[in-house]
Design a binder for this molecule. Structure first.
Ligand code: SF4
Length: 377
């Protein structure tokens, strides 16, 4: 190697070490430093620091998981995100709206299997009256008890409810909360920059609207998670900009329990998807752990990259594997589809599994554990 090349290499190592040492001392790294780690940092060094930080924030040797049923109450949607294969156009006559009885039946099945949580989300369909939502939420609580956790509504759905009712967002949220809503998923974020919004989903909430809705939810104690979905035409700097927007919001509200890095899956031909390689996914996950110093948990999803990458993710900053999901209409399940599989996977990976609810409270009541040792849920 020439002297110039050697010097460049040494400088790179020195700068990476400086940034990582700073993080290890508990000093917040800047967006520019996170960007440097993304483009130049050595993965193994980043991974080491992310794991150290993970073990300071969360108990080493323990990985949590949860179980819930996704209820996609309608697939009619007028937002037309380019990456979505789930939606049907309004008036197409191909879509559906679930009835209250259908939803209660789905939840009855889920609870019987040990998944006492409902993830309630759907398309944006202004013809559904506000009473439908209130009725579903209150009926689930009435039928199955107040301890059933209901998480629901992405920011764009909440803005739709504001529009159809003419109420303020606060009033919409207060009514949903009174009816039974416990938390919000922070969904529909993808990449929160104006350029990517215009490219992928121009009719969706702008980054400012997304922040406004989440901030309002958090103020009303409707907390939840946040995520990133990358692997399209975003730049690496836009990935960091997204993380920075989330970190700033979290500084103001402390409303995110966890952060979940996802990658886009090829679901339609209407947008560009590149295959994010495993090493890039893991590097970004580790950077998330280091950069998001104010968010307690980092989740890895086994659905996206599979068990092998999932095991490395648990050594790279993640402390949770998200969930056994019952019925997911947006992504297909990947290899693990019952609670026993998930627990075995965690034990084989060297971790003790602990079941939690959406808000990271560990379950102690045995009725919330798997009822049947066999059969997919
Ligand atoms: S991702 Fe959600 S908001 Fe976008 S088109 Fe699909 S259902 Fe509608």
């Amino acid at each position: 190697m020439s002297t110039i090349m050697q010097n460049l290499e040494n400088n790179k190592k020195r700068l990476t070490s400086q940034i990582l040492e700073k993080a290890l001392k508990g000093i917040r790294i800047t967006p520019e430093e996170a960007y440097y780690l993304y483009i130049e940092g050595d993965f193994l060094e980043i991974q080491y620091v992310a794991r150290e930080i993970r073990n300071r924030i969360n108990q080493p040797g323990i990985v949590s998981y949860t179980a819930f049923r996704v209820i996609n109450y309608t697939n009619y949607c007028n937002v037309e995100c380019s990456f979505c294969s789930f939606m049907d156009e309004i008036n197409s006559n191909r879509g559906y709206v679930l009835t209250k009885d259908e939803i209660l039946k789905k939840m009855e099945e889920a609870i019987a299997l040990g998944a006492p949580q409902m993830f309630f989300q759907g398309g944006v369909y202004p013809k559904i009256p506000f009473d439908y939502y209130l009725d579903i939420l209150s009926s689930v609580k009435k039928e199955f008890g107040k301890e059933i956790h209901i998480r629901g509504f992405s920011p764009i759905e909440l803005l739709n409810l504001k529009n159809i009712t003419g109420l303020s967002l606060e009033e919409v949220l207060i009514q949903l909360k009174q009816a039974g809503l416990d938390s919000v998923p922070g969904a529909g974020a993808e990449i929160l920059t104006e350029r990517m919004r215009n490219l992928l989903s121009p009719k969706k909430t702008t980054p400012e609207e997304w922040v406004y809705v989440m901030e309002t939810c958090h103020k009303l104690n409707l907390k939840g998670s946040a995520n990133i979905v990358w692997g399209s035409e975003e730049t690496k700097w836009e990935v960091i900009q997204h993380l920075n927007l989330i970190r700033d919001l979290q500084d103001r509200t402390q409303g995110f329990f966890s952060f979940i890095p996802w990658t886009f899956q090829k679901q339609t031909k209407k947008f560009y998807v590149r295959n994010v390689p495993a090493n890039e996914y893991l590097k970004v996950l580790a950077i998330c752990r280091i950069f998001l110093d104010n968010i307690p948990h980092i989740e890895t999803s086994l659905m996206v990259l599979g068990k092998g990458v999932g095991q490395i993710a648990l050594q790279s900053g993640a402390d949770d594997v998200s969930s056994v999901i019952i019925e997911e209409n947006v992504l297909k399940s990947y290899g693990i589809n019952n609670e026993d599989n998930l627990k075995e996977f965690l034990l084989e990976s060297g971790f003790f599994p602990i079941k939690r609810d959406f808000n990271y409270q560990y379950y102690t009541n045995p009725k919330f554990f798997l009822k049947s040792q066999k059969g997919n849920i």
